[in-house]
Design a protein around this ligand. Sequence first.
Ligand code: ADP
Ligand code: MG
Length: 697
Amino acid sequence: MLEKGEKLSMLGEKTAKSFARQLGITTTGELLQHYPRRYLKRGELTRIADLPVGEIATVVGEIVSVSARFIKGRGGHILEATISDGSSLLSLAFFGQAWRKEELTKGRRGFFSGKVGSFSGKLQLAHPDYELFDEITPEEAKAWAELPIPVYPATSTLPSWRIETSIRQVLGQSVIKEVIPNEILSKRNLIGLSAAIHRIHQPQKDSDYEQAIASLKFHEALLLQLSLIERRNSFAEERAAILNDAGMAMEFEKHLDFEFTDSQQRVNQEIEQDLASGKPMHRLLQGEVGSGKTVVALRAIMLAAAKNLQSVLLAPTEVLAEQHFESIRTALGEDLTRQLGLRLLTGSLGALDRKKTELDLASGKCLLAVGTHALFSERIQFADLALVVIDEQHRFGVMQREAIKQKGKAAPHVLTMTATPIPRTIAITAFGDLEISTLRELPRGRQPIETHVVKITSPALVSRVWQRVAEEVAKGRQAFVVCPRISGKEYEEGSTGASEVAPAAAEEVFDSLKKNPALAGLRVGLMHGRLDYEQKQAVMASFAAGEIDVLVSTTVIEVGVNIPNATAMIVLDADRFGISQLHQLRGRIGRGQHSGICLLLSASEEDSLAAQRLTALANSTDGFELSELDLELRGEGDVLGENQAGTKSQLRLLKVTRDGELIEQARELAKELLSQELPESLKHGMKLMLLGELASA
Ligand code: ADP
Ligand code: MG
């Protein structure tokens, strides 16, 4: 391998500059990793007769005539050549470059590429790039016609064939060192890195680039997993409290009025092992809403408490923190609550309560604090913080997580819980430095939810929806009505196109439902993120108490809200939400003894992508399956997100959406390799990868 920083100077200054400016390629390594987008057969080059005006195209043709004229004001000479490929004629024009007359002579053949224009009724390439070649024998012609021609991501001034020529030049002068030991590759029937780089750029037949791609994908997958796992291992060099006393955990289990599911038991074990290891746990616990993550976390908290060490449970919002606090108090029961000195800490806590909590945290009397980011504030001191449980981490910034970690004496154990199922391939690509536990099984007693898409083509259909809501309420149940926006005004401000129909706004829907005859006599409530804390609390409390029949809301209810009597959910303009988000929302109903119904209202056209997503959601209740689908429809860029851009940019050929199996295999292999001394070549490969120079020349 050539080292990072090998400049493209061997191509000449001018070419090097265009690569830098137009494709952001500055080193030979980057150039050699500028892989073809696809391959053409020469026979498949565009015929002149089919040339698309306005696009960049390459043709092969023979020069049938050449003429040079002198035009005033246009740089002097104009050289015009006409080429034919047997299908039609194409004119080439060069201004002020009379010298080209020497090489562009009648009868010569070549490739010609450029942007197709039209000039006085004739197809024309102005200033095309070209490469001429001599006559060839029929055999050569056949081989030539069948040779796969790489098509590179290109620009009008750096056309594909120019890139090809430059790569050929660089390849000829580079030595590519192997990265993955041959035993590993040959076991998988993969070719080496050098061969792969050569064959992806200069295939002689289709199987050449197919083998090359397979090998390069494997290189990417393995190097990525090696660096992720190495990072994870580096966490393990930190010391953390050894939490190996299960006494209180067993007491807690006895106290619960249910048995842990098999899934939960497995995760309990995993966590127990982590906590007893003396190294900080970094574990992601994923499971659908209601799969019992919080009880699993509580059990872990017991392990810390048994050693008289502190835990915090962080929630993304005050409403959720409050709810966690209440449900944890119930789950613990009086004795354990007192023993743990359970405390709530949010920004809106009164000064007195806050002071008390702060004292209890500093003295170590409080062994479990539930709260929001207020727990990060500088005034908060912990006596001995050992475990941090984060609910729905994606709403916490990395900085905040670091801040809370700083609060511990030793490195705290960190358990992150998420109800948004992350497809495993994403999880090990984006979060490959965390261990992952998954609760796949829901505790018994969860009720099925029926989901239907309602296409709002007629007012009759819509009024049928409200009748359905009224029926649920008549049976003594409650309903959620979810809207994408809080107010209509906010949309007008942000809206750009006048033709767009504003999505349903909670405030307006609330007003209109109060007047809706189908819902006459029902108590309608309103909930959204702009209400202040007391208002939100009051609304949730009256909904929980059954004093509100229909709650119009935004997605503030997406996570954590537990109203067992709610059985109906109407989502307005459902196409405005993502699949995973809708699945989360739907998890708010069917939490009691009655089954639920979820109606997704949408105006989107049948067969549209939006309609397909909604139909998929109606047909599946498996959050993991849905998140995979979501990923497919949205593309991985969205999922990996901006902060994962580093990870993403290193992947040229590997697609987390399609190469899940390969990524899994690479992960296993990476673990195995890292359990011993890593071969030098791989260490080197990892270093290059971190520099963005994977498979560099
Ligand atoms: P999550 O945090 O994943 O949303 P919770 O831990 O809050 O789930 O559990 C949801 C509800 O299910 C709670 O009322 C909890 O007490 C109950 N629960 C958890 N595990 C079980 C189980 N194994 N069997 C029965 N109920 C359970
Ligand atoms: Mg929860």
